[in-house]
Ligand binder design. Structure first.
Ligand code: FEO
Ligand code: CA
Ligand code: CA
Length: 697
């Protein structure tokens, strides 16, 4: 499959709609116009008003004080913090000391207009990128040259659109060396290369800018900012031809074999890598999210429809270069079944084979976050980021072993390959479930209720009538449809607090809720036409592996000054930073929640940002904006090293609504109009991992 050289790369076939709430470029390139298309979830499960739930004895989230709330947590057998973070089972000492003890003090910034191309931090702080798109990773890698890009150069450079990010210390380095992991979710060819750039080369650059990066960092001491180390031993790019081992029950299944891989166990590449998680054993998990946008397909089967696979040409048209990207080609029917998994990477072993874990199910995985249960089983929480899709939980068959011994490491590295898979069903009992603009809360004063984890796979057996084990794992959405889970408002990050064991489910928005023919507001998704998103707080009833849970809403997002359907756990609405479209979350050392957003420019009109939310005490529900990202960008991958008064974000798709010739952003190099770029600088935006630190650092 080839195409005549010199064909202009054009976005036109990609732009499915131009007046949506979200940037049309994001819609086309990131999620294959998921909002304008129709993913066929015709199941009729879990309509709130159809649920006759038992009335629970419960507290009002508005009236429950800090001491009581903490006592519930501390006295509960629920929690078992991740050993690496908390030094063994039980709550972290930091959390016991209180949620206001973080060293990272700041005065919240004012919201920044969405049109401003600036990276804004609180007074007293400064920022600089650690690594930017195109930065050379290896000694033989060329410097970034935006006017002379090539696929070969890109393959040796930092990729595009960094999303999930973490920084792990390198043992024995006395805090001076670390390894940075980042995934590269998608590409914005419209601002990456000049119009008219060779089309085949452009496709190659795009492919090489996808995948993952591992790169070593160094600093003089822990009061100094990090820099990346070109040519360091652990540096690695994972590209579309990198081999991933498929593990678990669906490995080798007839549903995942292709003519190029009759074994059904060796998959080339990872796609749409969005959020992720870091395991207690030092590996990184990455979610394959909008993989459907990379495949042309028949689009006629139930599975194709449920996963958004269509017959139209793909946005990037890689099917012109490689037959596997068109599943109608002989021998490649199953190629798209080899994406949509959770990927696990060992960033400390550059020779290791990354893996995709079939036991964790296949859907549009936002990410996965792991906690070790009191029983020793590992529990992973996972969201399927599609409107009206589901929340999942994986429980490992094996148990976590503490320590760094070879035996422990071998044991832990296999924990995600085998286990049970569940999908969440929420019940609420309020007849006044919808926040309708009156600001009225349910009659009992709280959005809360109970829930259960419905089994899909238990003990290596399918629990879904009429579906085999490998069918449940490969077509997890279809399997879940059959058991009646709750349709959610796009679960992004789902993360347990290692301080309390409570799980935070970030529902970014759902513009379709309540539209004609669609499910309306439910107590756990309490707003029709949910533009701004909300966050659910789950408390498992017992060990983290429990079959049942209780839940409440932590917040219903928006700009309280303009919208009285917001809710911040009862905290005064005139004292919070406006926040919309929560996406990724992280915790600081004492257990406060930090939220990065994606979509605020098109909802509340402000730039996306990073926000701290106090989770307990008198200020529970207080939202404080820490930073704002440049024009057209979203904030991803927050890492909060508050003990060092430093934090990190991945700035994704700055300036994405511009063009190469008329850029919207010059982040992070900010070369002014008419100024001559310094070496390594460019007038085009470069997605980057940024560190923010005290100005005196
Ligand atoms: Fe890639 Fe769900 O955000
Ligand atoms: Ca995300
Ligand atoms: Ca996002």
């Amino acid at each position: 499959m080839s195409e005549s050289a010199g064909r202009k790369f054009s976005l036109l076939p990609m732009l499915g709609h131009t007046k949506g709430k979200r940037s049309p470029v994001t819609c086309a390139l990131k999620c294959d116009n998921a909002c304008s298309g129709e993913v066929c979830n015709s199941s009729s499960n879990s309509y709130f008003r159809d649920i006759a739930s038992a009335t629970l004895s419960r507290r009002s989230a508005l009236g429950f004080g800090a001491a009581g709330a903490l006592a519930v947590v501390f006295g509960s057998p629920v929690t078992s913090a991740e050993p690496a973070a908390a030094g063994g089972p039980g709550l972290s000492a930091a959390a016991k000391n209180g949620f206001d003890k973080s060293k990272l003090k700041f005065d919240a910034i004012a919201p920044v207009d969405a049109a401003v191309d600036a990276f804004t931090v609180p007074e007293g702080f400064t920022w600089q990128p650690i690594i930017r798109w195109g930065d050379p990773l290896f000694n033989d890698a060329p410097d970034f040259d935006p006017d002379h890009q090539s696929a070969a150069a890109q393959a040796r450079q930092f990729g595009y659109n960094n999303d999930y990010t973490d920084i792990l210390p390198i043992d024995g380095s006395k805090d001076r060396r670390a390894v940075l992991f980042t995934n590269h979710e998608y590409t914005n060819e419209n601002i990456m290369v000049p119009a008219g750039y060779d089309a085949a080369e452009t496709r190659g650059i795009g492919r090489a800018a996808h995948g993952l990066t591992v790169v070593e960092l160094e600093r003089k001491n822990k009061n100094k900012p990090w820099g990346y180390v070109k040519g360091a031993p652990l540096n690695r790019r994972f590209l579309t031809d990198t081999t991933y081992e498929l593990t678990g029950p669906a490995a080798g299944s007839a549903l995942v074999t292709t003519v190029a891989d009759p074994s059904g166990r060796a998959i080339k590449g990872t796609l749409g890598n969005c959020a992720g998680g870091t395991t207690p054993w030092g590996t990184i998990l990455s979610g394959e999210e909008n993989f459907n946008g990379y495949f042309a397909s028949a689009g006629t089967s139930a599975a194709d429809k449920r996963y958004g696979l269509t017959s139209k040409p793909t946005a990037r048209q890689w099917e012109l270069d490689d037959p596997r990207f068109d599943t109608r080609n002989p021998g490649y029917t199953n190629e798209s079944n080899r994406f949509g998994w959770i990927v696990e990477v060992d960033p400390f072993d550059p020779t290791s084979t990354p893996r995709k874990h079939s036991a964790m199910g296949r859907f549009k995985h936002e990410g996965a976050n792991v906690i070790v249960a009191r029983s020793g089983h590992v529990v992973a929480y996972m969201g399927d980021d599609e409107r009206f899709d589901y929340l999942y939980k994986f429980v490992s068959k094996g148990k976590y072993q503490a320590g760094d011994s070879t035996a422990a490491r071998r044991n832990n590295m296999n924990l995600l390959a085998e286990g049970d898979l569940f999908v969440a069903k929420f019940s609420g009992d309020s007849p006044a479930a919808e926040i309708d603009g009156s600001g009225k809360l349910p009659a009992d004063g709280a959005f809360d209720g109970s829930g259960e984890w419905l089994p899909l796979v238990v003990g290596g057996k399918s629990m879904v009538a009429g579906m085999s084990l490998d069918e449940v794992l490969v077509y997890t959405r279809l399997a879940a449809d059959k058991v009646g889970p709750t349709k959610m408002d796009r679960c992004e990050d789902v993360q347990p607090s290692l301080h309390t064991g409570k799980v935070y489910v970030v529902c970014t928005n759902n513009s379709d809720r309540g539209k004609t023919g669609k499910e309306g507001a439910t107590e756990v998704n309490p707003r029709a036409l949910n533009r701004d998103g909300h966050i659910v707080e789950i408390t498992e009833t017992g060990d983290q592996t429990a079959a049942k849970f209780n839940w409440n809403l932590l917040m219903v997002c928006g700009d309280p000054a303009k919208n009285n359907s917001t809710y911040f756990a009862g905290f005064p609405q005139d004292k919070v930073s406006p926040i919309s479209c929560p996406d990724n979350v992280a915790f600081d050392s004492v257990g406060n929640l930090w939220i990065s957003t994606d979509g605020a420019p098109s909802s509340i009109g402000y730039a996306d940002g990073l926000f701290k939310v106090t989770l307990d005490g008198a200020e529970r529900g207080r939202v404080e904006q820490f930073l704002a990202v440049p024009r057209d960008a979203e904030t991803c991958g927050p890492i909060i090293h508050d003990e060092e008064r430093t934090l990190f974000v991945a700035v994704q798709h700055p300036g994405e609504e511009g063009s190469f010739e008329a850029q919207h952003s010059a982040f992070p190099d900010y070369v002014g109009a008419g100024a001559k770029p310094k070496p390594g600088q460019a007038r085009i935006p470069r997605p980057s991992v940024v560190q923010v630190f005290r100005g005196d650092a």
